[in-house]
Design a binder for this molecule. Sequence first.
Ligand SMILES: C[S@@+](CC[C@H](N)C(=O)[O-])C[C@H]1O[C@@H](n2cnc3c(N)ncnc32)[C@H](O)[C@@H]1O
Length: 268
Amino acid sequence: MNFELESVVFYPIISSIIVLIVLILLARYIWGMFFDTNYRPVEWDNARKKGLISKELIRLERDYPDKVRFFNWWFQVERLKRDGVPGDFAELGVYKGESAKIIHRMDPSRKFHLYDTFEGFSEEDLKDETGEAATYTTRNFADTSLELARRNIGGNENIVFHPGYFLGSATPTPSGEGALALANLDADLYKPTKAGLEYFYPKLSPGGVIIVHDYNHKWPGIKRAVDEFISSVPETLIMVPDMEGSVMIIRSAENFTGRLAIQQQDTT
Ligand SMILES: C[S@@+](CC[C@H](N)C(=O)[O-])C[C@H]1O[C@@H](n2cnc3c(N)ncnc32)[C@H](O)[C@@H]1O
């Protein structure tokens, strides 16, 4: 009798509750996936409500998996606008153009210099790599082309491609201090990362920023390039808690030769 009561009343109730819980969890997961309510800085929401963010950038944010990386780019670009930091943008390591497309949409008014072989890594750069990069061959990231990246990124006439081995055959960016406001380095290997830091840092405006992706134990080449470089300039390395551990170097006004020259003149 008891058993019959259990099977007629108790089990259907329990199973209905379980199904309901599963449905609620599923609905929350799907909602979070499409509308990503889990991570959105209040400043972004505010700008979005004011209509200051393009529909395309809102879509790109929804699709981009590393929210901290995305919003770090956004806060840096907004800071550069707010503080009137002059200069172009640059990226080393474009591949099919995912990060370039996002950064360009954050400030389409800046000239954006894009550096990549658009045919993957060079044998020479891969030679001494360790960690994850030691598993790479020249076939990795080779499934792209200049045309594909151009199509993916779209955008306006401010996109400038510099195809070729960095820095060998790639055409140079505008030279001189103050030519750049932001450089995004995502080349995965020691040699191009080191070359990128040495090439872009002296071109930064005061307040300009270099962002380097993959500063973690899995990519010893990136860590080595950054650690060697940071010990050669009077700047502080800023850690970004994104998924792969980006780091930033912001050029302080004191380390801008032009500004230093003016200060020295004033004191003599
Ligand atoms: C991780 S992918 C870049 C991913 C890209 N930022 C994105 O968001 O999809 C690394 C890229 O760096 C490029 N690269 C590495 N070493 C290079 C070099 N010495 N010169 C030019 N491009 C290089 C590779 O061709 C590859 O496309």
